[in-house]
Design a protein around this ligand. Sequence first.
Ligand code: FPP
Length: 246
Amino acid sequence: MRAEAAASLETGSPPVPTHVAIIMDGNGRWATKNGVSRSKGHRKGADAVKEAIHGAIDNGVSYLTLYAFSSENWNRPPDEVRDLMGLLRMYLKREIRTLSKEGVKLQVIGRRDTLSEDIQDLIKHAETETRHNTRLTLLVALSYGAREEIAEACKAIASRVAEGSLNVADISERTVEEALYTASIPHPDLIIRTSGEKRLSNFLMWQAAYAEFSFLPVLWPDFTRQSFSDAVIDFQTRDRRYGARP
Ligand code: FPP
C-alpha cells in the first residue's frame, strides 16, 4: 500500500499526496492578457513559485517538483532564455535563506552541466545550505527532459554491463529507477498543469506512470496557495487502483 493511503487509513483523514509536481504554464499568455512584456510575465511567474511552495507546506506535502526550464526551452529566443536564467540566478541568490528558514530542502534535477558555471555554483551552494531541511523537498527541474533522463539512465546501465558489474538478466525496473535523476524520490501522486493545456511535455514520463492529473485553467502567474489546495481536494476525490481491482 502506498504511504499516503496507509497514513489516511490510520488517521481516517483524506489522503495527502506525498509528491506534487507542477508544469508551470501560461506566463506568456498572462503577459499578453495584461499588456506587459513576456519578461514581466516570467517575473510574476517566479512570484507564483512562492505560492506553490506555501501551498505544499500548508497541505503537508513532502515533495514538490517544479518544471522551471525544459531541455526544449533552450530553443526560445536568446533574450527570453537570458531573462529566465537571470530570474533563476536571482531566485537562487535571494530566496535560499527564506527557503531554509521554512525548512525547505532544494534539489535540482536535469542537465545542470548545460547551465552557466555561476548558476551551477549557486545551485551547489543552495543544495548544501538546505540539505538538512526536512519539511519539504523542492525539486527544481532545470534543463530537464524526460527522454534525455531515460536515455542517460540507459547509458549508465549499459556502462555497468560493459564493465561487467551488472548482468543483463538482472536489469529490472528498479535498476532503471535508480539510474534516474529522481532515484530515491517517491513518484509524483499528483501532476498539476496550469493554463488549460493538457500535455505532459517531456516531464517525468517514467515517474508519472500512476500519477493523477489536474489541469487548471488558471495562468501560472495567477496561481495561488488556494489553487494548490483546490487541486489537492480534487485529488482526494480520485479512486487510485494502480491497475488492480478491489
Ligand atoms: C511557461 O510559460 C513557463 C516557463 C517556460 C518557465 C517557468 C518559469 C518560471 C515560472 C519563472 C522562473 C522560475 C524560477 C524557479 C525562478 P510560457 O512562457 O510557456 O507561457 P505561454 O505558453 O503562455 O507562452
